[in-house]
Design a protein around this ligand. Sequence first.
Ligand code: CA
Length: 226
Amino acid sequence: MRVLIVEDEVRLAEALGQIISEQKYSADVVHDGAAGLDYALSGLYDVIVLDVMLPKLSGFEVVRGIRAAKITTPVILLTAKDEVSDKVTGLDCGADDYMTKPFAPEELLARIRALSRRQGDVVLSEMTFADLTLNLSAYTLSRGAKSVHLGNKEFEVLRILMANPKQIVSKEDLIIKVWGMESDAEDNNVEAYISFLRKKFYFLGSKVNINTIRKVGYRLEAEEGC
Ligand code: CA
């Protein structure tokens, strides 16, 4: 399960990220509403934990943006004060649940679990592109009966490409989404993982290519006939 945390109080955000990672969930942390919306629109998350009072865009505006884009990821709002109006506004904007700060981490985890269960059938178990199937829980890539295991970063890179089929995904986007905003990963890192993935496609005998669009990024494409 992948959780997005949007919280501008850096210490709280880091603490939440750590608590969530300890559950073996993957957590991405961003600190303002604009970045939160951008990440959420990737559609890669199973649950979004979203503060209301945020720089750039408020939590309410972020939920509205997510729902306007028809992204159904469950959202838990974090409200600073126990104000009924905030809760009503949040739920009206399309949030699924809210918690009032301060809260016990166990309660947040319980609500994350409950919301991800409620989504149940909506959470994807696999993604497909042409002749390839990416299994999202086993981290395997298969074509017909043949299958290979993917490393963490390979998996994330491919998952993002598959979520944006036939669109160009920039190297910057991949670095931010796979390595994180504050990492010092460089273009070379992305190129290395793209090359690992190409070798695995080749091994599987797939007709899918990762095309390099010079100075722009990558695009997943399939040869004719599949
Ligand atoms: Ca805040």
